[in-house]
Design a binder for this molecule. Sequence first.
Ligand code: HEC
Length: 160
Amino acid sequence: MKSSSLSIAGAWLCLAFNHALAAEPHHAAHHAPATDTRSVLTLTPAERAMILEEMRLFLAGVQTMTGALAKPDMAAVAQAARDMGQKMVHEVPPALRAKLPQEFRQQGFSVHRDFDQIALDADSLQDVSHSLNQLSATLQKCVSCHATYQIQTPFLDDSH
Ligand code: HEC
């Protein structure tokens, strides 16, 4: 008796949990399945390293920006944002460029353009709240691209 009521409770919990997952996409994301269903960009290790290096520059830049916003030091906010603007875009080797979907490149450019605008506004408006709103909107683009794409490097997948 006891064990059957436990398993009913277990089944109920399981249903409730599945229901929560179905109802809340954000919750589901925290319990992401082991299979990565994002679109695959198949790159060479060097191409992957190039992209990931730019990504780490983004993360470092965002960290610098939030620190400067907290002070606030709007000149430093503008500088950090400008460093992530169009000037950060370096020559993409044609072979890599050809492998990146147009949407991917557009999202990337859009993020760089945003940071140039954030830099201009930080200088001219000196408004922490405005800059934070812009940063949040831009970070949403980071989130969205990461939700869409993954990088795979054939032949190296077993080595990590
Ligand atoms: C155009 C698409 C795109 C945009 C926009 C983008 N990323 Fe990425 N990022 C990627 C991809 C693809 C990866 C690799 C993900 C994977 O393979 O799982 C990545 C990886 C990363 C990593 C991991 C780096 C490492 O060394 O492993 C960091 C950190 C990161 N991104 C930060 C950011 C931040 C911060 C932003 C926004 C300011 C951003 N990214 C915008 C596509 C993007």
